[in-house]
Design a protein around this ligand. Structure first.
Ligand SMILES: NC(=O)c1ccc[n+]([C@@H]2O[C@H](COP(=O)([O-])OP(=O)(O)OC[C@H]3O[C@@H](n4cnc5c(N)ncnc54)[C@H](O)[C@@H]3O)[C@@H](O)[C@H]2O)c1
Length: 257
């Protein structure tokens, strides 16, 4: 059985991606949030999946290397990688601090780079597959995402580079741009808007999210973690054997790629 490593696997999207991948692979789940990670992994194991878990901070090279080693020891050599770990928070452009900028890039961009590089080093000229989770925020020029958007745009160009490096030896790399999905990330964002943006006074977090869906998504529906899991599973499988260097939006039509 092939082995997939998922970062950010304790989060809303990461847990769904890990669950979908567990239908086709043994899966190592990793995240910085040890408590939620254990809960997600225990549930998958109880459902009969071949999974293991280890904490991993993707912004630290030693932590990423340790996660790959843990996967090898507990499940076997990693051939598929889903980079899902990420952070994002609305902030007005003139209030964005260099600390938030650096942290966002450390997790979203450096973390994705470190895990991609580790997989390529360990595959050492053999086939493999990577999916990097970007975001529609990479393409929208949103004022409140001045750190997040560029950090995800960099993930897309990094994916191009990795696809070129890996192509001659059959190692593929693609990016997925999720649209609007109700996870902790959107819940915290909506709660922040409720507390800080007078335009949303008296509303509720749910209604704020629904308003973004209504105004942004041509198909007028939010996306689901399962929508993203399905696309990641496809891109990491041999069914996508001739697909590399692509960025696929799963967003109900927000971004035209
Ligand atoms: N929810 C959406 O609408 C949406 C849209 C587009 C893109 N995305 C992207 O999808 C990915 C998953 O987001 P989500 O919506 O599930 O949010 P989430 O907050 O539920 O999950 C993010 C996970 O990343 C983990 N994480 C944070 N810092 C980390 C680090 N340094 N090392 C390892 N793990 C770390 C968190 O602990 C959390 O479990 C992110 O990359 C996000 O940018 C989400």
């Amino acid at each position: 059985m092939s082995v997939a490593l998922v970062t950010g696997a304790a989060g809303g999207l990461g847990a769904a991606i890990a669950a979908r991948l567990a239908e086709e692979h043994a899966v190592l789940l990793t995240d910085v949030d040890a408590r939620r990670l254990k809960e997600v992994a225990s549930k998958l194991a109880a459902d009969g999946a071949r999974v293991a878990h280890t904490t991993c901070d993707v912004s630290e090279r030693a932590s990423v290397q340790a996660a790959f080693t843990a996967a090898e020891e507990q499940l076997g050599e990693v051939t598929a990688l889903a980079n899902v770990a990420g952070v994002g928070m609305f902030v007005p452009f003139t209030e964005l601090t260099e600390q938030q900028w650096d942290h966002t890039f450390a997790v979203n961009t450096r973390g994705t780079f470190l895990a991609c590089q580790e997989l390529l080093r360990r595959r050492d000229g053999r086939p493999g597959a990577i999916v990097n989770i970007a975001s529609i925020g990479a393409r929208l020029g949103m004022e409140v995402l001045a750190d997040y958007g560029p950090s995800k745009a960099a993930v897309i160009e990094l994916t191009h580079v990795v696809s070129r490096v890996g192509a001659p030896t059959g190692l593929r790399a693609n990016a997925v741009m999720p649209g609007l999905i109700w996870t902790d990330m959107w819940q915290k964002t909506s709660e922040w808007l409720l507390a800080n943006d007078p335009a949303h006074a008296g509303s509720s977090a749910d209604k704020i999210f629904a308003g973004f869906v209504e105004s942004m998504v041509p198909m007028r529906r939010p996306q689901t973690p399962e929508d993203i899991g399905e696309m990641v599973a496809f891109l990491l499988s041999d069914r996508a054997a001739n697909v590399t260097g692509q960025t696929i939006a799963v967003d109900g039509g927000v971004v035209l790629t």
